[in-house]
Design a protein around this ligand. Structure first.
Ligand code: NAG
Ligand code: NAG
Ligand code: NAG
Ligand code: NAG
Ligand code: NAG
Ligand code: NAG
Length: 614
C-alpha cells in the first residue's frame, strides 16, 4: 500500500516533458526510464531510512544510512552531508506537491524524525569535538544508533552543518507559511541556530572536502556555507530572532568564494598543497545546491546559467572524455560519463551516478533560468561552452525569441538528456543505483544502493520537469564586497531540548549492533589504550588484535578514552577487559575480573558503557 502511494507521488512529480515535440523512440525510452527509475529512487531512498527502511536494521528513526553496504566499502553509517542533501530533496518533494496524498503525511513524519535525530546528534561528543564550542558539529559521520564513530577519518568536514541548516530552514519556512510558526520557533530554531553559529565561527578554518580526502578550503563547502547564512538571516528575521553572524559573515564568505575561480574554471580545493588540477564534481555540486530559481546568471554565486558555471561545466566534463574507456567516441558537445575528479583512484576511480546526474541537473537549472529571464548571454568566458553546440555562435545577448536562443537551448536540453541517457545505459535491470560504474565496462561498482545516488536522480529529473526548489534569497546576497576580510564570530551553542513528538522504533537489529565504550584513565603521550574480549570484534583475547580506543575526547580535566565497537553480535553477552600498550610495546592489563556486557537487540538508542580503569 505504502509502496503504491509513494509510486503515485513519484509519477506525479518526476515525469518531465519529452525532450522534443517529435519524440523519437530514443526519447520515448528515456521518458519511460525516467518514470520507472524515479519511482525506484523513491523506494531506494525509503529503504535506506532508519525507522522504516527494510535495509536499515538497528538504525535510529530519521537517520539515513549512506548505503546498506557493510564491507569494501563499509557505508553502514549516517553521514551529515548525504543525509542533509537527501532530506532537502524530500522536503522539496513534500513542499512542491500540492495534492494531499497520504504519502505526504508520511514524508512529513520522516522529515520530523530527521529533525529530532539531528537534535540528538548535535549533542553527541565525537572525535571532532563537542557541542560546547560547536566543534563537534563538524563531525562527518556517526554510527547508525546515534553513537559517535571513534575510528580515524578525514575530519572535520564543515559543509555538514550548512547543508543541514539549509534543509531545516526550508522546512521551517514551510511551517511558518502554514500557520505553525511556534514549531518553527520552539523546535526548529534552536537546532538551526547551532549550525548557523558553527558556520559563522569556523568558515575561515580549513577542513576536509566533501570527498573526505584533502584538508583545505573547498568550493562546495564555502558555497553552501554562504547560502546557509543568507537563509539563516532571513529565517531569524521572520521568527523575531537574531543571527548577527549570519548578517556579518555571509558577505565575507561570498568574497572568499571568488578566490576559487582561476579565470577558466573553479579550482575545487585551495589553501592546501596539491598537484591535482582542481577540476572536480565539487564545483558542479556547489552550483546546483546553491541554484536559486529567482536569480540572474550571476557569476558571483556561480549560478548554473552563469558564464563561470558553464565554462566550468565544459572543462569538467571534457576532463573525463579520454580517461574512461566507456567515453570513447563521445567528443566535445556529447554527454559523457563523469566522476569526482580526473585524478581519482578511489575504488578504481570510476564514473559516479551522482556525477553524471549532477552534470545534467546543472544544465536543466540553466535552461530554467534562461527561460525565466527570457534571454541568454554569451560572454568570452562562456563562449567555448556554447561553441560546442554551434561552432559559429558569437558573444552577445540572445532573446528568447531569437533563433539562436531556440537552437542553443534545444541543443543543450538534448545534451542534458543525454547525460540521463548514459545513466540509463548503465543502470542494471533491477534499477539499483550504486555509487560508481566501471570506467571500462559500465558495470555497477563500489557501494550498492547509495542513498545519495537516488536523491541525485530525483533532483535531476525534477529540474528536467522544471520543478524547482524555493528561492534562498540569492538576489539580495550576490554583491561581493570590494575587499575580503575574515572576522569570524565565536558562537554560542545549546543542545535542543524540545523536539517533535516522533514515532520511534526501527527495523530491529538482530545481527550486529554498534556499542560505544567510554573509559576514564589518565595516560601519558605515547601510551595507547585497547580493549579485548571473547568476541571476534574485540579480537578474542588476543592483545595483538584488540580494539583501539581513541583519545580524541581526552582533555586535561577529563581523561576520557572511547571506542565505538561495531560488529557486536546483538543480544549476546560477552566478556571484555582494557589494556594499555606502552611506547616500548609492553602490555599492561587493568586489574580485576573480566567485565561483562550484554549487547542489546531491537532498536537501541546510543547503547554505551562507561567504565573506569581498575
Ligand atoms: C580566510 O579568509 C581570507 C579572506 O577571504 C582568505 O584569504 C583566506 O584564505 C581564508 N582562509 C581559510 C582557511 O578559509
Ligand atoms: C574539446 O574541448 C577542449 C577544452 O575543454 C579543447 O582543449 C579541445 O581541443 C576540444 N577538442 C576538440 C576535438 O575540439
Ligand atoms: C541489482 O543488480 C545489481 C547488478 O546486477 C546487483 O549487484 C544488485 O545486488 C541487485 N540489487 C538488488 C537489490 O537485487
Ligand atoms: C547534551 O550532552 C550533555 C553532555 O553529554 C548532557 O549532559 C546533556 O544532558 C545533553 N543534553 C541533551 C538535551 O540531551
Ligand atoms: C563470552 O562470555 C559470556 C559471558 O561470560 C558468555 O556467556 C559467552 O558464552 C562467552 N562467549 C564465548 C564465545 O565464549
Ligand atoms: C617499557 O616501558 C615501561 C614504562 O612505560 C617500563 O615500565 C618498562 O620497564 C619498559 N619495558 C622494557 C622491556 O623496556
Amino acid at each position: 500500500m505504502r509502496y503504491a502511494l509513494l509510486t503515485s507521488i513519484a509519477s506525479v512529480l518526476c515525469v518531465g516533458p519529452l525532450a522534443s515535440a517529435n519524440p523519437t523512440s530514443k526519447h520515448a525510452k528515456l521518458a519511460s526510464y525516467i518514470s520507472k527509475e524515479g519511482q525506484r529512487s523513491i523506494v531506494g531512498i525509503t529503504e535506506n531510512l532508519g525507522g522504516k527502511g527494510s535495509k536499515t536494521p538497528g538504525t535510529a528513526a530519521g537517520l539515513f544510512i549512506a548505503s546498506p553496504n557493510m564491507a569494501n566499502p563499509n557505508y553502514y553509517y549516517t553521514w551529515t552531508r548525504d543525509s542533509a542533501l537527501t532530506f532537502k530533496c524530500l522536503i522539496d518533494l513534500f513542499e512542491t506537491s500540492d495534492q494531499d496524498y497520504i504519502s505526504r503525511k508520511e514524508l512529513e513524519t520522516d522529515i520530523r524524525n530527521y529533525v529530532s535525530s539531528q537534535a540528538v546528534l548535535q549533542n553527541v561528543s565525537n572525535p571532532s569535538g563537542t557541542l560546547r564550542d560547536g566543534s563537534g558539529l563538524g563531525e562527518p559521520k556517526f554510527e547508525i544508533d546515534l553513537n559517535p564513530f571513534s575510528g580515524a577519518w578525514g575530519r572535520p568536514q564543515r559543509d555538514g552543518p550548512a547543508l543541514r541548516a539549509t534543509a531545516m530552514i526550508t522546512y521551517a519556512d514551510w511551517l511558518i507559511s502554514h500557520g505553525q510558526k511556534s514549531e518553527a520557533t520552539n523546535i526548529m530554531w534552536p537546532i538551526i541556530a547551532n549550525d548557523l553559529a558553527y558556520v559563522g565561527q569556523y568558515w575561515n578554518n580549513t577542513g576536509f572536502d566533501l570527498w573526505e580526502e584533502v584538508d583545505g578550503s573547498s568550493f562546495f563547502t564555502v558555497a553552501v556555507q554562504h547560502r546557509a547564512l543568507v537563509q539563516g538571516a532571513s529565517l531569524a528575521k521572520k521568527l523575531g530572532k537574531s543571527c548577527p553572524a549570519c548578517v556579518s559573515q555571509a558577505p565575507q564568505i561570498l568574497c572568499f568564494l571568488q578566490s576559487f575561480w582561476n579565470g577558466n574554471y573553479v579550482t575545487a580545493n585551495i589553501n592546501l598543497d596539491t598537484t591535482r588540477s582542481g577540476i572536480d564534481l565539487n564545483s558542479i555540486l556547489g552550483s546546483i545546491h546553491t541554484f536559486d530559481p529567482e536569480a540572474s546568471c550571476d557569476d558571483s554565486t556561480f549560478q548554473p546559467c552563469s558564464a563561470r558555471a558553464l565554462a566550468n561545466h565544459k572543462v569538467y566534463v571534457d576532463a573525463f572524455r579520454s580517461i574512461y574507456e566507456i567515453n570513447s567516441g563521445l567528443s566535445n558537445g556529447s554527454a559523457a560519463n563523469v566522476g569526482r575528479y580526473p585524478e581519482d583512484v578511489y575504488q578504481g576511480g570510476n564514473p559516479w551516478y551522482l556525477a553524471t546526474l549532477a552534470s545534467a541537473e546543472l544544465l536543466y537549472d540553466a535552461l530554467y533560468q534562461w527561460d525565466k529571464l527570457g534571454k541568454l548571454d554569451i560572454t568570452k568566458t562562456s563562449l567555448a561552452f556554447f561553441k560546442d553546440f554551434d561552432a559559429a555562435v558569437k558573444t552577445g545577448t540572445y532573446s528568447a525569441h531569437s533563433s539562436t536562443y531556440k537552437t542553443l537551448t534545444s541543443a543543450i536540453r538534448t545534451y542534458a538528456d543525454d547525460f540521463i541517457g548514459l545513466v540509463q545505459d548503465y543502470t542494471p535491470s533491477n534499477g539499483s543505483l550504486a555509487e560508481q560504474y566501471d570506467r571500462n565496462t559500465g558495470v555497477p561498482l563500489s557501494a550498492n544502493d547509495l542513498t545519495w545516488s537516488y536523491a541525485s536522480f530525483i533532483t535531476a529529473i525534477q529540474r528536467r520537469a522544471s520543478v524547482v526548489p524555493a528561492s534562498w534569497g540569492e538576489k539580495s546576497a550576490n554583491v561581493v564586497p570590494t575587499t575580503c576580510s575574515a572576522s569570524p564570530v565565536t558562537g554560542t551553542y545549546q543542545a535542543a531540548t524540545s523536539v517533535f513528538p516522533t514515532t520511534t522504533g526501527c527495523v530491529p537489529a538482530t545481527s550486529i549492533v554498534p556499542i560505544t565504550f567510554y573509559l576514564t584513565e589518565s595516560t601519558f603521550y605515547g601510551e595507547n589504550v585497547y580493549m579485548t574480549g571473547n568476541i571476534s570484534a574485540l579480537g578474542n583475547w588476543d592483545t595483538s588484535s584488540g580494539f583501539p580506543l581513541t583519545a580524541n575526547l581526552y582533555t586535561d580535566s577529563d581523561h576520557l578514552w572511547f571506542a565505538s565497537v561495531e560488529l557486536v553480535p546483538a543480544g549476546t553477552p560477552f566478556e571484555y577487559k582494557y589494556y594499555k600498550v606502552e611506547p616500548n610495546g609492553t602490555v599492561i592489563w587493568e586489574n580485576g575480573d573480566n567485565r561483562v556486557y550484554v549487547a542489546p537487540t531491537g532498536c537501541p538508542i546510543q547503547p554505551s558503557q562507561t567504565d573506569v580503569w581498575r
